[in-house]
Design a protein around this ligand. Structure first.
Ligand code: SAH
Length: 263
């Protein structure tokens, strides 16, 4: 008998930011597969087995989950935030594509979750009110030249840019380099958000100017989402409280107005 596999988004931290559908998928599972710290966020339940794995072995983890489902188990693969954003859903489909033909009979579903950039944006104000994009700064799975080419293009296009995986022990300089690139396109006072552990007890949000953010790059870590404002992104001061960050929905000053605008 072929079982099922659901890739479940746990949201950024707090259980309140997990959808009821994701919760139902966890409740219905016979087996939970995932990175240890994510599995720790799911309470023990009678008759449900947890299969913890290391962070760097996504494809093995996905293959293991598909094997369990092929044996007839009801498997939930857990992922932080949204499982489709730089996360396990793509790893499962990669393993499915390369794996045994019989696995394609498994019923596979993806339960979305609140991704880090949306959680961070909600806490900061409304920085994603205009056009934006998301880039993973990790060069583990793609060459650094691809990262910089995409960054340059996004900066030139004046998107708000959300940077996932900004820094790690093995990748200590990439965030500083990315912010330096940004300074080539944006003013030094452009708001930059460092949103750390959003939705968790150790949550910490900082709003810096781009010029300060370059010096502060080393204070970000793997639990931080970095958001670089567009030219229209601005702050609303509120005394000693952290200012609101927002990007108006309308673009009034276009950098392309004279050179590329329609006549
Ligand atoms: N699937 C996840 C992202 C995985 S990539 C999601 O949708 O959120 C891992 C990166 O996500 C981290 O390096 C960090 O940049 C970001 N991230 C994940 N959870 C976060 C949180 N609670 N607060 C801030 N950033 C977070």
């Amino acid at each position: 008998m072929t079982g099922s596999l659901t890739i479940v988004g746990l949201g950024p931290g707090t259980a309140e930011w997990m959808t009821p559908a994701a919760q139902a998928a966890l409740d219905a599972a016979s087996d939970l597969v995932g990175y240890g710290p994510y599995l720790d966020r799911v309470p023990e339940q009678e008759g449900r087995t947890k299969h913890a794995s290391d962070n760097r072995v996504e494809i093995e983890r996905a293959t293991h989950a598909l094997r369990l489902a092929a044996e007839g188990r009801k498997v939930a693969v857990v992922s932080g935030g949204d499982p489709g954003v730089f996360a396990m859903a793509a790893a499962v489909f990669e393993a499915l594509e390369a794996g045994e033909p019989g696995w394609r009979a498994i019923s596979i579903a993806v339960e979305p979750g609140i991704t880090a950039m949306l959680a961070a944006a909600a806490k900061a104000g409304a920085p994603l009110g205009g056009d934006f994009c998301a880039i993973s700064l990790s060069d583990n799975l793609k060459p650094w030249e691809v990262v910089t080419a995409r960054l340059e293009a996004a900066l030139a296009a004046d998107f708000v840019i959300c940077l996932y995986n900004p820094i790690s022990k093995a990748r200590p300089w990439q965030l500083g380099a990315a912010l330096e690139l940004a300074a080539g396109h944006r003013e030094g006072r452009t708001p930059v958000l460092f949103a750390r552990a959003v939705g968790r007890p150790d949550e910490n949000l900082r709003v810096l100017a781009l010029s300060e953010a370059i010096t502060a790059a080393g204070t970000a870590d793997m639990a931080t989402l970095v958001m670089i404002g567009a030219s229209g992104t601005r702050l609303i001061a509120r005394g000693k409280e952290r200012p609101y960050v927002y990007t108006p929905r309308s673009v009034t000053k276009s950098p392309w107005a004279t050179s590329q605008g329609r006549t």
